[in-house]
Design a protein around this ligand. Structure first.
Ligand SMILES: Nc1nc2c(c(=O)[nH]1)N[C@H]1C(S)=C(S)[C@@H](COP(=O)(O)OP(=O)(O)OC[C@H]3O[C@@H](n4cnc5c(N)ncnc54)[C@H](O)[C@@H]3O)O[C@H]1N2
Ligand code: MOO
Length: 398
């Protein structure tokens, strides 16, 4: 069994280079930028008022002054004021030449065209030209676009962006015992619940998941399922990854010519994970136990999808203070379902993390209640409450 870090390195080494595609900005949320974006203009393009009020010369304060015109957003006043003059101005309007200050209207009294400033304290209330960005300013490639980046690129007057194509992930649940949610399970049958979770993890990482029909525990059925998935970028099977007589992933994929990167790793849960290349696709054979499948997907599928979009695909470890004593760890790196208490500030203000007593790799209720996976390296010595430990958040699945 290889260690988790080596297994992840071998998985990421399989990732093909990201494939660029151009999309409208309106379709780019959540996508990863593959080509840098350069601003086509300077923002703001002119010195702009940041308050509704009067534009004037500081030297003339406190007045009285004469209002000689009006400037609004989209309607500039293109004169130049003389000493003793002011221009009525609204937020976003270009500040007329000669003015070095906008006094907000609450600090001004006005009679006819005459104003006097009652309070001249405060700043200039002028946003200087280029205060936000200048023409040619660059947003680097390699970051995922969210609302703030989209607005910035739009303001830069760039309507289309080059992003990574979303990898297509075919998901193949397998097992004679599985029936879909909403059906009446017969004797020995259980509800297929894994595919939906794996699809959600894949989608959150930026992929396009496609759930395929449940395959049966025969080599023919599994082979047909794998063939139906062959044009995906990544094929993810669920179940049958272990060594039982009905666990067909290893023998069938081997017979189909899979180049294995590894099978089995020192990880708990998730030991039987198999990863490799099958035809033109990459393949991850996840273990069937629901928590094993989800943890394997978080640790391997998510980084692989990220790497295929040009992101690093590294795990985002956080720190927390342990809420209880723990016995020494076994030979596999352990990802324990744990509750995170952000309110109870532990050492250095870190949240307090406490693993659940039930670490069964089939217990979905524990997983759903957990906010975190506490990470314990293989052979980690006994730990005392109060020690600082690593964890993966289950809140930011992306
Ligand atoms: N002799 C050994 N037995 C097992 C070993 C081992 O090393 N030697 N490893 C164990 C570990 S660790 C795991 S994890 C499991 C994984 O087994 P498989 O990948 O072969 O999974 P299955 O046997 O097909 O299923 C396990 C369990 O999960 C349920 N399941 C499967 N698919 C779904 C689904 N889509 N939705 C909901 N539940 C699903 C299935 O009914 C089983 O209960 O092997 C151990 N055994
Ligand atoms: O590792 Mo299995 O993944 O214990 O449940």
């Amino acid at each position: 069994m290889i260690p988790v870090d080596e297994a992840l390195a071998r998985t990421l080494a399989l990732a093909p280079a990201p494939i660029p595609e151009e999309v409208l900005l309106a379709e780019a949320n959540g996508r990863v930028l593959l080509a840098p974006v350069a601003a086509r203009l300077t923002q703001p393009p002119f010195d702009a008022a940041s308050m509704d009020g009067y534009a004037l010369r500081s030297a003339d304060l406190p007045g009285p002054l004469t209002v000689v015109g009006e400037a609004a957003a989209g309607r500039e006043w293109d004169g130049e004021i003389a000493p003793g003059q002011a221009v009525r101005i609204f937020t976003g309007a270009p500040v007329p030449d000669g003015c070095d200050r906008v006094v907000m209207q609450e600090n001004v009294t006005r009679e006819g065209e005459r104003i006097a400033v009652t309070d001249a304290s405060g700043g200039s209330n002028i946003r200087p030209r280029g205060n936000d960005f200048s023409e040619g300013s660059v947003i680097d490639a390699g970051r995922r676009l969210g609302p703030a980046e989209l607005a910035l690129i739009a303001a830069m007057n760039v309507p289309r962006v080059t992003v990574a194509r979303r990898p297509v992930v075919a998901i193949l649940p397998g097992g004679d015992e599985l029936v879909p949610p909403g059906t009446n399970p017969g004797a020995g049958q259980i509800i297929n619940s894994n595919d939906i979770a794996i699809a959600a993890i894949a989608a959150a990482a930026g992929a396009l998941p496609r759930i395929l029909p449940i395959t049966r525990d025969t080599a023919e059925s599994l082979r047909a399922g794998l063939e139906a998935a062959a044009d995906a970028d990544i094929i993810v099977t669920i179940g049958g990854a272990s060594v039982g007589d009905h666990d067909l992933i290893a023998p069938v994929t081997e017979a189909m010519g899979m180049e294995r990167a590894f099978w089995k790793l020192a990880m708990r849960p998730g030991k039987p994970l198999v990863v490799g290349r099958l035809g033109n696709a990459l393949m991850l054979g996840l273990p069937g136990n629901p928590i094993s499948a989800m943890v394997s997907a978080l640790l391997f599928l998510r980084p692989l999808i990220e790497r295929m979009q040009g992101l690093p695909g590294t795990q985002r470890l956080h720190h927390a203070t342990l809420g209880c004593d723990l016995p020494p760890e076994g030979p596999r790196q352990h990802y324990l379902r744990a509750r995170l208490n952000e309110g109870a500030a532990g050492d250095r203000g870190l949240p307090v993390i406490t693993p659940d007593d039930n670490q069964d790799s089939a217990s979905l209720s524990v997983m759903a209640a957990a906010g975190a996976l506490l990470v314990r390296p293989a052979h980690d010595p006994a730990r005392r409450a109060g020690e600082v430990m690593d964890y993966l958040s289950l809140r930011d699945w992306t």
